[in-house]
Design a protein around this ligand. Structure first.
Ligand code: TYM
Length: 336
């Protein structure tokens, strides 16, 4: 997606939860696109620590993982000077807009969110109002910046639809207030699957450590995980229906090398799955190497991470206050 230099810069926003180290799915589905867009767009990228509270989390872990996630975003080279890189809870306007948007969201539409249904099954002993309300906070994150594009993986598409519906509804009642955002979902890598069950999404919360690759895994660990990836008995590298494991590996390989499926099939014609798995592992190791090297530098400087968080929050507050005031005024809150 090239941007015409004559036009005012369009705004891109996305956040990631600090629930653990991001997976290769998070990276290929979202972070890699953030990196590409950081140069040409006016970007806002954040750590969604408030969203992480929707399931039970150890406070000291949340603090640690929030700092680590921010360090990882800084290591991605998102140009934090030009763009905004921030922690969600440091910018109170998000939560304030979220409350207002709650009053413009139908209970029925929020109940239809499939991620809420999945997560409430998984955490049946702790189905909170926060878990239910999660997509409305996400809508506030997006709408408060007047974002044009939101780069995410496929699993967030329904939440994006809800944000669009809320924006359109509000604009319909009060006149143009919010930019209606477009999802930006890559053609490949938008849904990276588990290495152990290729019919399920690769997820940070998967209890099986072999199912997902973390972006900070060492080369040895990456090789081991790909070696044990579930495939099929055909022993032929081709992209086809019913070959979920190989399709997933081909997608990962394609995202990391830029090769299309036809080229991959021809390069691996007559070769076994063992060779292919090694090639995928090596491509992933090379893809992640610069990020891992940068991360080791960034994480060593805690003062710099705190400083970046502070600067990010100041910039974010400045931008978001404008939208919040506009909304408060439109709905009739007396501003004194
Ligand atoms: P989160 O933290 O679950 O995931 C971060 C990003 O990674 C994408 N993703 C994947 N992409 C491809 N394959 C996978 N297996 C995979 N798993 C995850 C997600 O789609 C996401 O883009 N609610 C969001 C965080 C959020 C947000 C926002 C996003 C809060 N506010 C505003 C966009 C805009 C979440 O939990 O993402």
């Amino acid at each position: 997606m090239e941007q015409n230099v004559q036009e005012p810069k369009q705004r891109v926003l996305s956040l990631i939860q600090p629930t653990s180290v991001p997976t290769l799915g998070n990276y290929l589905g979202a972070l890699k696109n953030w990196k590409k867009m950081a140069r040409d767009y006016d970007c806002i990228f954040g750590v969604a620590d408030l969203h992480a509270l929707t399931i039970r989390v150890e406070p000291s872990m949340l603090r640690k993982q929030t700092q680590e996630m921010l360090a990882l975003l800084l290591a991605l080279d998102l140009d934090a000077e030009k763009n905004i890189v921030f922690v969600q809870s440091h910018v109170h306007t998000h939560s304030e807009l979220s409350w207002l948007l709650n009053c413009y969201t139908q209970f029925g539409e929020a109940s239809r969110m499939t991620q809420f249904k999945d997560k409430s099954r998984k955490h049946a002993d702790n189905v909170t109002v926060g878990l239910f309300d999660y997509p409305v906070l996400m809508a506030a994150d997006i709408l408060i910046y007047q974002s044009n594009y939101v780069p995410v993986g496929v699993d967030q598409k329904q939440h994006l639809e809800l944000a669009r519906n809320i924006a359109e509804r509000f604009n319909g009642i009060y006149g143009q207030t919010f930019t209606v955002p477009e999802p930006f979902i890559g053609t490949k890598g938008a849904k990276v699957m588990s290495l152990q069950d290729p019919t399920a999404k690769m997820s940070k919360s998967d209890p099986n450590p072999k199912a997902s690759v973390s972006v900070l895994d060492s080369p040895d660990v990456i090789v081991k995980k790909f070696k044990s990836a579930v495939t099929d008995s055909e022993a032929c590298v081709r992209y086809a229906e019913g070959k979920d494991g190989i399709n997933n590996l081909m997608t990962i390989y394609s995202c990391c090398t830029g090769l299309d499926y036809a080229q991959i099939e021809s390069d691996f014609a007559g070769k076994g799955y063992g060779d292919f798995k090694m090639a995928v592992a090596e491509a992933v190791i090379e893809e992640l190497r610069p990020l891992q090297e940068n991360y080791n530098h960034v994480i060593a400087d805690k003062a710099c991470i705190s400083d970046c968080a502070k600067k990010g929050a100041e910039k974010a507050l400045y931008v978001t206050q404008k939208t919040l005031r506009k909304v408060q005024k439109k709905v009739g809150l007396w501003q004194g």
